[in-house]
Design a protein around this ligand. Sequence first.
Ligand code: DGY
Length: 324
Amino acid sequence: MKPRVLVTRHVYPAAVAILQEHCVVDYKDTYDVMDAALLQKRLQHADGVVCQLTDPLTADVLAAAPKLRVISQIAVGHDNIDVATATARRIVVTNTPGVLTEATADLCWALLLATARRLPAAEQFLRAGKWQRWDVDLLCGSDVHGRTLGLVGFGRIGQAVARRARGFGMRVLYASRSAAAPEVEQELRAIRVPLDALLKESDFVSLHVPLRPETRHLIGVEQLCLMKRGAFLLNTARGPVVDEAALVAALEEGLIAGAGLDVFEAEPRVHPGLLELPNVVLLPHVGSAVTSVRALMCALAANDCVAVLTGERPKHPVNPQVLG
Ligand code: DGY
């Protein structure tokens, strides 16, 4: 009998085709998000699930999926999944690293430049018909070239952001639990420093850590107070890494110069204070939103789901200990 796989929401059709070759696929082509109760119902008979960061695969939801053998997440972050419970149940969890690294680093740079040079404000000004003439101080922003970039987290994406910083002649600092290999530090001319030192010295602080209990509100009042008054905070990682209320207060009080945010604490809800502020650039979680990249992510998740269900080793297990 073919294994049954639930695909929770709209994906690229090629991913469904990959799954259909080996599995019975439960798929409704909808953008709607399933809540926990609906997920529990639809997972009752599933051997596998291809899911997204909008799906709460909590311990309670997993308890309603007695046959589940694999959870394939179409994203690199997997904080919506209770991996500890999955691991205890010997359910393989997979994700999609690698294919989105460069796209996410590109977006981070787009956000950095847009924030420093006030691009959304400039475009709105023009579209509103306010542009009368060239003025010496019209829509002036901040320098990027030659400044200091501080990367909090130095995995694949953090390193890809650092690589681009070389073209801007920037000094690169990073804070991370472990040091990168010496050849990586040398290639990227990146210097590892404690987080506090990074916050004090950087003109741009960019976050690249996964959301874990220890990274929740990693950037709060205390950390924002350490940053330079002219510095910018960039978040393309996960919203809850920043205490959003503290960030709004810091921006209102002028403790930092601005922020560029692609992720939010309670997505898709955005803190109303952020929406009021002129010195923030806000994006709807589009870090990896490149058509070819999203297609690769969908295919990778489908292939890894099939791999587990057909007794092969998946490419990107999050909990490899389950595979033995
Ligand atoms: C991820 O992969 O975790 C991003 O947030 C979505 O691409």
